[in-house]
Each structure stands twice: as structure tokens, then as C-alpha cells.
Design a protein around this ligand. Structure first.
Ligand SMILES: [Zn+2]
Length: 286
């Protein structure tokens, strides 16, 4: 099984964000981030970390530490406002400011963007031009399937180029019965059994780019329960439960001992010339 998984391009991505009630004395994400960095270091893995601008303002030394450990710092919006609720001019201003700020902190260019909650949809595709104009090389912002929250069902599941040349690396999906679903991140990763995740990877489409996506809370099994404003109790319970085995799950997914070239960041993979030959996609023609 490990070999079959290994044939896929597999990346480790991490969205650095915090939705817990405001309490500067009880910030939990820095310590959890430290344990994620340790997990990666022990296994010689390089990650792409999509950072919320608000957290970069709050904890610049944490961002610097992640970057100095050899991981890619990418951008995940200022305050996790979904693109479908964004105002384009505010988005442009905040994104430009945050990109510059992250580059000042790390001393490296920030080339990757990820929309909050994969909210790049047919309706919010205006953002693609702004992301490209601001100098991002790639986006990792859409879910190429129908989904109860967001989704871009007609978009390719494999990496592709938007008409302005921006590279898109869509969220990996798999078919489970009649449903096309994400399976490598957040609650999907936490709730789906490991054997199923490995089977979906092993039988996955070779043209897709596979990556895990987690958040600090996905690992934080000691965090007290809280409710995110405007969301249901069931949603919050789903987010809160089943966090204890996330590292173990990732260990079962990344067959690190079998990957001599190592797991690297998106930026490094792009630098090496990957994704040079991806198809174009024009949503207005679909
Ligand atoms: Zn997020």
C-alpha cells in the first residue's frame, strides 16, 4: 500500500488560523504549531503554511520561526472572510498589505494564496485577477466538486491555469459511491478511517495533486469546547471531537521512510518546474 500511495505527489499544507474566543493570554495555536513543526522536522518534511494576516500581525516571531525552519509561508486572507462575502477593493488592499507584511517578516517572496474555506467559486472568480495582479504565482482555493459549503463543480480536479496565467492547485477529491468528496484535510481527515483514506489515495487519479490540509485545532484535543458565533451546535461538536489521532493519521498517509526525495512545499515544487504543462481552464466557456 505504501508504494501505491507514494506514487502520488503528496504535499503537507497547514492553514494557520484561530477561531477560538478572543483571549490573548490563552492562545493555543503557537504551542500546537510548535508540535507540528517538530512532527515535520523529525520526518524531514517541508510544508506550505497558509497564514492568516491577522495572526501574522499578532505573532510575527512565530511566522519567522516557521519560515526559518524551511517551510513555505503563503497567505490565507487577513481575517478569514470568505471570498463570496468579500468586497473586491477591500480584498485587493488587504491582500497587498498582508503579502508585503509576510514578505517583510520572512525576507522571502510570498507566492501562494488560499481562499478561506475554499470559497473560490463561480461567483467569486473575480478574485483570480486580483490574486494574479498582486504577484501570486499560484492559488489553492477551490474545491472541484459540489459541496454543502462551497464548490466549483465544473473546474478540473487536476492543477490548471486560469486565463490570466495564475496556477490553480485544487483541493484533492475522490469518489466515494455517488459522491465526489474531499478526504485529505480537516474533519474529512479526522473522521474518515485511515484504511479508506489510503485506499482513495492509492486508487486516485494520477493527474490530481494530493495534499493534506490541517489547522492547529485539528490537533488540539485538549482544547475546551466553544461555539463559533453563528454556527450550529452540531457543527461545533463535529469540529471539536475526534482530534486525538490526527498526527497518527498523517503518519499513516505520508510514507516518509519510502520517499528519498522528501515532501516539499508547493513553492519549491513549482521552482523545480512542476506544473509547467497544466491545462488551461476558462470558466466562462463551461
Ligand atoms: Zn481557513
Amino acid at each position: 500500500m505504501a508504494l501505491a500511495v507514494n506514487k502520488k505527489r503528496l504535499f503537507f499544507t497547514f492553514d494557520l488560523e484561530d477561531h477560538s474566543p478572543e483571549s490573548p493570554h490563552l492562545k493555543r495555536y503557537p504551542a500546537i504549531t510548535d508540535s507540528i513543526l517538530e512532527f515535520l522536522e523529525v520526518r524531514g518534511m517541508e510544508a506550505t503554511v497558509f497564514v492568516l494576516g491577522r495572526l501574522a500581525l499578532d505573532e510575527p516571531s512565530l511566522i519567522r520561526k516557521i519560515s526559518q525552519a524551511g517551510h513555505e509561508i503563503a497567505f490565507h486572507s487577513l481575517a478569514h472572510v470568505h471570498l463570496t462575502r468579500e468586497n473586491p477593493s477591500r480584498f485587493q488592499r488587504e491582500t497587498a498589505d498582508c503579502k508585503r507584511h509576510l514578505e517583510d517578516i520572512t525576507g522571502r517572496p510570498v507566492v501562494g494564496y488560499r481562499a478561506p474555506a475554499f470559497s473560490l467559486t463561480r461567483e467569486s472568480r473575480w478574485a483570480v485577477d486580483i490574486i494574479g495582479e498582486l504577484g501570486f504565482v499560484y492559488s489553492s482555493s477551490l474545491l472541484p466538486a459540489k459541496n454543502p459549503i462551497y464548490g466549483f463543480p465544473n473546474a478540473p480536479a487536476q492543477p490548471f491555469r486560469w486565463p490570466n496565467g495564475l496556477l490553480e492547485i485544487p483541493a484533492p477529491v475522490a469518489r466515494v459511491g455517488p459522491v465526489v468528496t474531499p478526504f485529505l484535510g480537516g474533519i474529512y481527515l479526522r473522521y474518515l478511517p485511515l484504511f479508506l483514506i489510503r485506499r482513495l489515495l492509492a486508487h486516485g487519479d494520477l493527474n490530481q495533486c494530493y495534499w493534506t490540509y490541517c489547522h492547529a485545532h485539528d490537533f488540539d484535543f485538549r482544547e475546551p469546547f466553544y461555539r463559533i458565533e453563528g454556527t450550529s451546535l452540531a457543527t461545533n461538536l463535529l469540529l471539536w471531537l475526534n482530534r486525538k489521532n490526527t498526527f497518527k493519521k498523517l503518519d499513516g498517509i505520508f510514507p516518509y521512510s519510502d520517499t528519498p526525495s522528501g515532501v516539499c512545499s508547493f513553492a519549491k515544487w513549482i521552482e523545480r518546474g512542476a506544473f509547467a504543462e497544466v491545462p488551461n481552464f476558462c470558466p466562462d466557456r463551461v
